[in-house]
Each structure stands twice: as structure tokens, then as C-alpha cells.
Design a protein around this ligand. Structure first.
Ligand code: PRP
Ligand code: URA
Length: 209
């Protein structure tokens, strides 16, 4: 079963509280989602492989470590996932970015796929799929299914706020995918919104309604 990591770092929790607040406007919401994505990326990349190299410091020759160069791909689920991409790229600028476009049908709550574009070397890359919200789990489950269908093997999923229902769905359908979240909330309401949540992530991020 996929592991669930909750990033309870004080900076992440503080920023998430401001993100949740309905008085927080689009500009600040966007900036904070970006910052939290950077902080989460720092944790999620903890297991990146290193290799040893020899360098010359101003003092002497030394053995030192650099990244082994494992290829990475970031895949935001459109739209709201886009808000987390730049924050991650600040730490791993060489990563390639794919996109999976899904929207949740408001009546059925089922995801509808409308766009997929991934790096051509899908099979060689490790992927981080990102979306601020994991509600019923339908969108994340479908996006990851789409990646696997195209050859992706090693996938992590990262989001800001998750509902227990979404975590359960992911663990059932994609037991090989670890989940990284900033907060595990209480439940979903009758409209499929996370409670207490932060509202509609896409609308708050892009200022639409
Ligand atoms: C939101 C959110 C997730 C999805 C989560 O997207 O960004 O993708 O809902 O819900 P689920 O776990 O029940 O599938 P939405 O469908 O509102 O589209 P948008 O990002 O284009 O606003
Ligand atoms: N999508 C959102 O943007 N917010 C929720 O609470 C649930 C799904």
C-alpha cells in the first residue's frame, strides 16, 4: 500500500492556514501555493540518488556528492496543479513538465480527461504528479492511470489538502504511489468539497468564479 506522508513543518502549516482563509485574495493565494510547493519539494526529493565526485576546493582535493542525474518529470493536473509547478522547479529546474488536463464533472464528480502531453522519454523518468486538492481522488487516480498507460513506472503524488476518501481511493487503485500532503482534512461535503478545505483551488488560484 502507498505510504502517506503529512508534512507538518511549521512553515508549511502557517502558510496553509493563510491559503485556507477565505479573505486571502488571488495574489497572496498564488504566492503562498508557490511557496508551499517549494517547501514540499524539498521534502519529497529527500530520496534523490547521489553520486560521488572528486573536486578541488580552494584548500585541497575532496570527495563530494552531487545528484546522480536521475531524470524527473513534474505533471500538474490542470488547472490548479499549475500553481505548484514553479515552486517545485525552483529546486529542481532541470525537471521536465508534462500536463494532464482533467476537470471534475460537477454533477457526477467524475473526472473528464481533455488533454495529455508528457515528455517523450516517459519510461525513463520518475514523476511527481501535483494538484492542490485530493477530494474524491477521481482526478488523481485518472491522471496517474493516464501516465501509467503511457509507460510511467515510478510516480509520487503531491497535494496540499487531502480528504480521507481520496487517500483511500489512491491507496486502493495505485498502491505503488506514495502520497505527500500538507494536511489531511476531515471529510467531503455533499458537493464533494473538502471540509474544512480551502474552497475551489482552481478558482482561487486564477481568480475565476
Ligand atoms: C479540482 C482539483 C482537483 C480535483 C479534485 O479540479 O484541482 O483536480 O478538483 O477533486 P477529486 O479528487 O474529487 O477529483 P477541478 O475539477 O475543479 O478543475 P480545475 O482545476 O480546472 O478548476
Ligand atoms: N476541488 C477543489 O478545488 N476543492 C475541493 O474542496 C474539492 C475539489
Amino acid at each position: 500500500m502507498g505510504k502517506v506522508y503529512v508534512f507538518d513543518h511549521p512553515l508549511i502549516q502557517h502558510k496553509l492556514t493563510i491559503i485556507r482563509d477565505k479573505e486571502t485574495g488571488t495574489k497572496e493565494f498564488r504566492e503562498l501555493v508557490d511557496e508551499v510547493a517549494t517547501l514540499m519539494a524539498f521534502e519529497i526529493t529527500r530520496d534523490m540518488p547521489l553520486k560521488e565526485v572528486q573536486i578541488q576546493t580552494p584548500v585541497c582535493e575532496a570527495n563530494a556528492k552531487i545528484l546522480a542525474g536521475k531524470k524527473l518529470g513534474i505533471v500538474p493536473i490542470l488547472r490548479a496543479g499549475i500553481g505548484m509547478v514553479d515552486g517545485i522547479l525552483k529546486l529542481i529546474p532541470a525537471a521536465k513538465v508534462g500536463h494532464v488536463g482533467l476537470y471534475r464533472d460537477p454533477a457526477t464528480l467524475k473526472p473528464v480527461e481533455y488533454y495529455v502531453k508528457l515528455p517523450s522519454d516517459v519510461e525513463e523518468r520518475d514523476f511527481i504528479v501535483v494538484d492542490p486538492m485530493l477530494a474524491t481522488g477521481g482526478s488523481a487516480v485518472e491522471a496517474i492511470r493516464s501516465l501509467k498507460k503511457r509507460g510511467a513506472k515510478n510516480i509520487k503524488f503531491m497535494c496540499l489538502v487531502a480528504a480521507p476518501e481520496g487517500v483511500e481511493a489512491m491507496q486502493e487503485i495505485h498502491p505503488d504511489v506514495d502520497i505527500y500532503i500538507a494536511a489531511l482534512d476531515e471529510k467531503l461535503n455533499e458537493k464533494g468539497y473538502i471540509v474544512p478545505g480551502l474552497g475551489d483551488a482552481g478558482d482561487r488560484l486564477f481568480g475565476t468564479k
